[in-house]
Each structure stands twice: as structure tokens, then as C-alpha cells.
Design a protein around this ligand. Structure first.
Ligand code: SF4
Length: 354
């Protein structure tokens, strides 16, 4: 594993163990499964596959990074875990307890604990302390240099997982809370996360949370009632996300990258700007608008038209809920990171070295 990563939103990557189980549409092209199978020969995927712990030398690297950060007066970001899921409940609990011990003795690093299982954050952290998950004292044990995040690639995942992530934020007081929206598979409104639909299965009417401001509303007006998964409704910045990362998909082995409509990224950029939340666009993915990558604009047979509603197909005019984007598969390097000519590199504020 490299000491320094090419992932733009972190400074280091740390893989405490290998192996996982697919739980989200974002897992369809699992980078970790492909990389571990092709490079390390350690792929362990599925609910019954034994997880593999990394070498002792890997576990020592954060100590080196921590010394460097202390010397330089920085607070380097460490993405944990990029080759598994840190809150995978198939992992032996003692490994996770050792991970939290490592986080505690590296206070000059900011650990990014990114998961596709936000429902396990508090439960498995409590398990690492041998305490009950509803222990109000958990927040006093959570390492202040650890942030929590979850992957969100569809509106349904936002409605289901963002409230759980924010509830975890209230319970454990992490460094900050964030979402990684890669690969972004449709338009997602973080300003209208549905907490309780008025009619089951119809989430666009009911009680909503603007997860970028922490404010609730119902039918467009402020709501002050209860939030059914968290009792009396808390409100304000404590209930809001602190950082949003977006990105398009890359090919992984036989899995071919799905395109993202640029409007989906633009919308999240603008939602974050309106709320003052840090926004980071990691990459456009394998696909890019033909208008940008081909100045002559000659349409090729393998170009595709993607519509704002996710429909992929023909058409040259305004239809399918908005304007189509004619895209060409040019590779992740050429597609680049710019969104409308701008690189969005923001990171959330940290308290610096502890
Ligand atoms: S959670 Fe992450 S590591 Fe696990 S299968 Fe999904 S993409 Fe792969």
C-alpha cells in the first residue's frame, strides 16, 4: 500500500484488513475487490468469507505519519478503510478495538472512517469498548480526531442513511460528518432528505430534513415536531453534514463505469454553496461531455446521451425531465476533475493537532 494516495480528498489511505460484503449499488464496481484480487491475491468477499488482517508493518505506518504531522504542525487526513469497510460486522471486534487504540495514539492525524453501514457506527464502536450502544458516555470515549462518513449514491440511500449518520454524529461527537457521493448514480437532494413520508413509499411529501443546515420542514414550512428515529427533534448545525464529496465511476475489471449527468454534480455543488458546506469534487469518472473533450463536436457511434433522470438513450432535444448530456468514454485521466472549468477541493475545518 502506498504511503501517499492519489485520492484527492485524503493524504493517506490505511487498510487495516481486507474483504467485505456488497451492500449498495455503489458496491457493483467494488474497487477494493478488484484491487485485492489482482494485486494482493487476498480477495475475501461475501458474508461467509474470512476477513484478512493487514501486516504488522502496515499498522505501524500511521505512527510515522503522526510524527511527520506533529513535526509539520499539520493534521493529515487518513482514509480508513479503502480496501474493506471499517464498520463491517464480519470483522473480529478485537481488530476494530485495536484500530480505535491506534487512532487515539495518533492525535495529529484526522481519521476519515467512511462506511456503507452507518447503522453500525455507534453499535460497533460501543462493542469495541464493551459498553451498551445507548450508553450516553460513548461520546466521551470517541477519539476527537476521528470523523464519520457514509457513501450515498441515490436519493433512497440519502433518505435512509443520512439521518442515521447524523444521529450517530449527535451520539458520539466526531471530528465532523461527511458523505461520499461516488459513484453518483442520480440526482440527490441533500436539502430534502425524507425522514417520514406522508404516505408510505412516497417520500417526496412528508417531513424532510435539510441535511446541510440541520433544519426540518414539512410541505415547505419549518417543522418542530418529533423525529421518529431520534425522539424530540434536535436542530441546528449539530445535525448537519460538514463535508460533501462527489465523483463519477471508474471501470473495475469487468464492471464498466456508469456515467453521471453533470447536472447531478452541479446541483450538489450549489446545495453546498448555499449552505456554506465544504464541497469536494474528486473526479468526473470515465465519461466526459463531448462538448468539452472534442472541440469539433463530431458525434461518434459510441457516444451516449444521458438525461437528468438517469435515462440513457437517444434524443437530441429537451426531454426526459431536462437537457441531455452527450458523453464520451475518454478515461478517468482525460475526463479530469473540473466541473464547469473549476476544481472543487474544499475540506472541512479541523481543530488541528490535538
Ligand atoms: S462496502 Fe466498500 S469494500 Fe465493501 S463491497 Fe462495498 S465498495 Fe467494496
Amino acid at each position: 500500500m502506498a504511503d501517499v494516495t492519489s485520492i484527492s480528498w485524503t493524504d493517506h489511505t490505511f487498510a487495516p484488513w481486507f474483504g467485505c460484503t456488497k451492500v449498495s449499488p455503489a458496491c457493483d464496481g467494488c474497487y477494493a475487490e478488484h484491487l485485492t484480487a489482482t494485486r494482493f491475491g487476498k480477495a475475501k468477499w461475501g458474508p461467509h468469507a474470512e476477513r484478512v488482517r493487514s501486516a504488522a508493518s502496515t499498522w505501524k505506518k500511521p505512527l510515522t505519519w503522526n510524527r511527520a504531522a506533529a513535526r509539520d504542525g499539520t493534521s493529515s487526513f487518513v482514509f480508513c478503510s479503502h480496501l474493506s469497510d471499517v464498520f463491517d460486522n464480519q470483522v473480529p471486534p478485537e481488530w476494530r478495538a485495536e484500530l480505535f487504540d491506534l487512532i487515539r495514539i495518533t492525535p495529529n492525524l484526522t481519521w476519515l472512517l467512511l462506511t456503507k453501514r452507518p447503522q453500525n457506527i455507534v453499535k460497533l464502536f460501543a462493542q469495541s469498548l464493551a459498553r451498551p450502544a445507548d450508553d450516553p458516555d460513548l461520546r466521551n470515549h470517541w477519539p476527537r480526531n476521528a470523523a464519520v462518513g457514509c457513501t450515498v449514491v441515490t436519493q433512497a440511500e440519502a433518505d435512509r442513511d443520512v439521518p442515521i449518520l447524523l444521529k450517530s454524529k449527535l451520539q458520539i461527537s466526531p471530528a465532523f460528518a461527511f458523505v461520499s457521493m461516488e459513484p453518483l448514480l442520480e440526482a440527490v437532494g441533500l436539502t430534502r432528505v425524507c425522514l417520514r413520508p406522508r404516505v408510505a413509499g412516497s417520500p417526496r411529501a412528508g417531513i424532510h430534513l435539510n441535511s446541510l443546515t440541520g433544519r426540518y420542514f414539512e410541505s415547505g414550512v419549518p417543522y418542530h415536531g418529533d423525529w421518529d428515529i431520534n425522539g424530540p427533534a434536535p436542530t441546528g448545525p449539530g445535525l448537519a453534514l460538514d463535508w460533501v464529496i462527489t465523483g463519477g465511476e471508474t471501470d473495475q475489471g469487468k464492471h464498466m463505469a456508469r456515467p453521471s449527468h453533470p447536472d447531478w454534480f452541479r446541483s450538489l455543488r450549489d446545495q453546498c454553496a448555499a449552505a456554506g458546506v465544504a464541497y469536494h469534487h474528486k473526479q468526473n469518472g470515465e465519461w466526459a461531455p463531448v462538448a468539452i473533450v472534442d472541440p469539433d463536436g463530431i458525434v461518434r457511434g459510441d457516444d451516449i446521451m444521458i438525461w437528468p433522470n438517469g435515462h440513457i438513450g437517444g434524443g437530441t432535444h429537451h426531454q426526459h425531465g431536462g437537457y441531455g448530456s452527450l458523453q464520451r468514454k475518454v478515461g478517468v485521466g482525460r475526463a479530469g476533475r473540473e466541473l464547469d472549468g473549476v476544481i472543487h477541493d474544499a475540506r472541512p475545518a479541523t481543530q488541528g493537532a490535538a
